[in-house]
Design a protein around this ligand. Structure first.
Ligand code: BJW
Length: 233
């Protein structure tokens, strides 16, 4: 496979971190069963009840200390090291497990738990502490920090770079995502329109499974290392 493959774009979602112990959003028992999405993942919810939202993200940021990357994160890091071509790893996840698994270049299109966005100066800063007590922005000192994550109705990060990569890739691989949230759910069609092969690796067929030229179903910790081995062979 790798002989003709010069450029790979990979999209990951919550399913790749599930076996590390991080809840997905839409599976049974997932985050959206425990919390109302419109309360904790929209700008309107934040304006209505900032304490609820800051507490929700403080809890998830603190939980990162209890989890470790799994074999799927590590396999993608190996691919980055050993693949002799262009690789763009895009994640919808706000956790840091790709980085801790060894990936050096990760595009977090929905932001990061360990980053703060200042509503006053609009700058982003590395952040690994609670926000509930309204700490000061490290840049402008205003007590106006919010989680640096992308909520519904907001523009995901680096879309221009993503669409450029999708239009030039020859393989698009989607891992552990339900295909329920746009624009990420539309990446497979963008890549296909440019002639790329497309592969889904997911526990079960996603909502957009029929758009992929190939699908493999099972746990990411098994499927991803297998696929990386085959790709680098
Ligand atoms: C396993 C596994 C294992 C489990 N192994 N697999 C109608 C049409 C089109 C768009 C819209 C529309 N109406 C509204 C919109 C826009 C809206 C949207 O998509 N809404 C949908 C509800 C329809 N989108 C937006 O508002 C976005 N912004 C936007 O569109 O801006 C305008 C724009 C225009 C043009 C170009 C570009 C932009 C913003 C979306 C922001 C999403 N934010 C969240 C929260 C982030 C912060 C946080 O983490 O709290 O992002 S919501 C949540 O969903 C989070 C995730 O990144 C995202 C996707 O979830 P994911 O990762 O797919 O998780 P799950 O739980 O859904 O699925 C897990 C999968 O893993 C499952 O399939 C399992 O089977 C599998 N799995 N264990 C392998 N071991």
């Amino acid at each position: 496979m790798i002989d003709q493959t010069k450029s790979i774009v990979i999209l990951t979602g919550a399913g790749i971190s599930a076996e590390s112990g991080i809840d997905t959003f839409r599976d049974a028992g997932g985050l959206w069963e425990q919390h109302k999405v419109e309360d904790v993942a929209t700008p309107e919810g934040f304006a209505r009840d900032p304490d609820l939202v800051l507490g929700f993200y403080d809890m998830r940021r603190a939980a990162l200390e209890q989890v470790e990357p799994n074999a799927a994160h590590r396999a993608l890091a190996r691919l980055e090291r050993e693949f002799d071509g262009d690789l763009l790893l895009i994640t919808q996840n706000v956790d840091d497990l790709h980085e801790r698994g060894g990936s050096g270049q990760v595009l977090h299109m929905h932001g990061e738990l360990k980053s703060a966005l200042c509503l006053s100066c609009e700058m982003r800063s590395p952040w690994n502490a609670p926000m509930i007590d309204r700490p000061q922005c490290p840049i402008c000192q205003a007590p106006s920090l919010r989680p640096d994550v992308v909520w519904f109705g907001e523009m995901p990060y680096q879309m221009e770079r993503i669409y450029t990569a999708l239009s030039g890739c020859d393989l698009f691989v989607s891992i552990g995502t339900s295909g329920a949230v746009y624009p990420a759910a539309g990446f497979v069609q963008e890549a296909r329109a440019s002639g790329a092969r497309t592969l889904e690796l997911n526990l079960e067929p996603s909502e957009g499974s029929h758009h992929f030229t190939q699908s493999r179903h099972g746990p990411a910790s098994v499927l991803v290392p297998q696929w990386v081995d085959q790709t680098l062979d």
